[in-house]
Structure formats: structure tokens, C-alpha cells
Design a protein around this ligand. Structure first.
Ligand SMILES: Nc1nc2c(ncn2[C@@H]2O[C@H](COP(=O)(O)OP(=O)(O)OP(=O)(O)O)[C@@H](O)[C@H]2O)c(=O)[nH]1
Ligand SMILES: [Mg+2]
Length: 220
């Protein structure tokens, strides 16, 4: 029987954060055909009835650049496949976006979704002061599980006029910085993801250099 080969994504990004922070929305902004396992909410949350993730979100995008120094574009994988010839000669990296449920009692789902994660987007609703405690709990859960892998805190919903600033969100959580975006806006969602991908790329280069150094050292 032939060996089963799994698709080797270049980077796997785990998208976490509290209930209704905007994780599913951000993933669908970047990949409109992302798969989401959700259910209708029984009760309104902050005056709105919507959906909540009970399983996961799975989005597939390609980061395409003409040169490594460029920020480039984030294109849904299906679009890239259909227009591949347009990107001839560009550098392409496949990204898996894996969203998890924000409801605290779904910790067991978040725990099962962490395999092979390269980097984390932690999404916080900048206008939802009531969820600061949950956001801190999820941040603590995430950093305890992943150690010091690259993590970007996103101060989401900056389009709302009751949104706190990214600096305020960072101070709520005790982190050095947060990036302010609206996850409904493609350009902003893209910039937040690329910022994380650049960190991942820098880390990958450092570990390549380190292993080259140790190869050299061991051959002396
Ligand atoms: N104003 C505004 N609303 C947003 C933004 N992003 C998401 N929302 C709204 O926030 C609500 C929750 O969005 P979701 O993307 O489902 O949030 P989630 O983090 O996946 O939520 P759970 O799966 O329940 O943890 C929805 O009503 C969205 O339309 C944003 O950038 N601005
Ligand atoms: Mg969701």
C-alpha cells in the first residue's frame, strides 16, 4: 500500500481568542470558501443574534510575492489555482488558517486543534470590555501550550466607535503590542497575517542558519 502523504502546508496558523471576537469572520475575509463548523446562537450576544463556532474554521490561502522583501498578496487557494499562470515566477507559500471556538467550555476543541502550529493570531474584540478576563484566560492557555512561538495580538473591530485603541488592548492583556484592524476589511486582515508570516519566515531563516552553523562546527 502506498504511504499516505499529508499536504505539507508551509505555515499553519492557529487563530484563537474569546467568544465573538471575530475569528471566523477574519478567516472568511481571507478565504471566502473556508469551512466553518458553527451553530446558530440560542440567545443574542450584545444585541445581535448570529453564529458561534462549535468545531473549527479551516481556510487555505497562498502568500504570493514577487520578491521576499515585498509584503505581496494573500490569495484564496482556489483563486490561486485557477489563475496560477498569472503568478508565474512569484514566490508562493501555502498557509493553513485554523480557527477554534472562543467559548471557554470548548477548551477541549482548542486543545485538539494545536498540532503542528507555526504561529498564532490571537483575536480580541476591542469594544468588548466584558470579555477582557476571558481574553486573558485564552492568552494564558495559548502561551502555556505553545511556549514562545510567534504570536500576534489583534485588536479587532477598530471600525466600531466604541473600540478601545490597540495600545489599550495591549495593556489589558499585558503584552508589548497589539495590531488594530477590522477583520471585515481584506487589506487589514492581510496586513495582520503578513506581519505574523514575516516573523515565521525570520524564525525559519534563523534556525536554518543555526543548523548550517552546527553542520559547519561538526565537520571541523
Ligand atoms: N464591527 C465589526 N464586527 C465584526 C468584526 N469582525 C467580526 N464582527 C462581528 O462579530 C460577531 C462575531 O464574529 P465571529 O467571526 O463569528 O466571531 P468568532 O470569534 O468566530 O466567535 P466564536 O466562534 O463564537 O468564538 C459577528 O456578528 C461579526 O459580524 C469587525 O471587524 N468589525
Ligand atoms: Mg467562530
Amino acid at each position: 500500500m502506498p504511504a499516505v502523504t499529508l499536504k505539507p502546508y508551509d505555515y499553519k496558523v492557529y487563530v484563537t481568542g474569546p467568544f465573538q471576537a471575530g475569528k471566523t469572520t477574519l478567516i472568511h475575509t481571507l478565504d471566502p470558501k473556508a469551512i466553518s463548523i458553527e451553530r446558530e446562537m440560542r440567545e443574542e450576544y450584545r444585541g445581535e443574534k448570529g453564529t458561534t463556532t462549535t468545531g473549527f474554521d479551516l481556510g487555505r490561502v497562498i502568500w504570493v510575492r514577487k520578491e521576499t522583501s515585498h509584503d505581496g498578496l494573500i490569495v484564496p487557494k482556489y483563486e490561486y489555482e485557477a489563475e496560477k499562470s498569472e503568478y508565474d515566477g512569484w514566490i508562493a507559500r501555502e498557509i493553513e488558517l485554523r480557527g477554534v471556538p472562543g467559548q471557554l467550555h470548548f477548551k477541549f476543541v482548542r486543545d485538539t486543534m494545536r498540532a503542528n502550529t507555526d504561529g498564532v493570531l490571537m483575536i480580541v474584540d476591542s469594544s468588548d470590555y466584558g470579555k477582557i478576563g476571558d481574553a486573558s484566560a485564552i492568552l494564558a492557555e495559548t502561551t502555556a501550550a505553545f511556549g514562545d512561538i510567534p504570536l500576534e495580538v489583534i485588536a479587532n473591530k477598530q471600525d466600531r466607535n466604541d473600540a478601545a485603541t490597540p495600545e489599550e488592548v495591549a495593556s489589558w492583556l499585558g503584552v508589548a503590542a497589539a495590531t488594530g484592524i477590522s477583520g471585515k476589511d481584506h487589506e487589514m486582515a492581510k496586513d495582520a497575517l503578513v506581519r505574523l508570516l514575516r516573523k515565521l519566515e525570520a524564525d525559519a531563516m534563523t534556525s536554518e542558519e543555526q543548523s548550517e552553523e552546527s553542520m559547519k562546527a561538526s565537520s571541523i
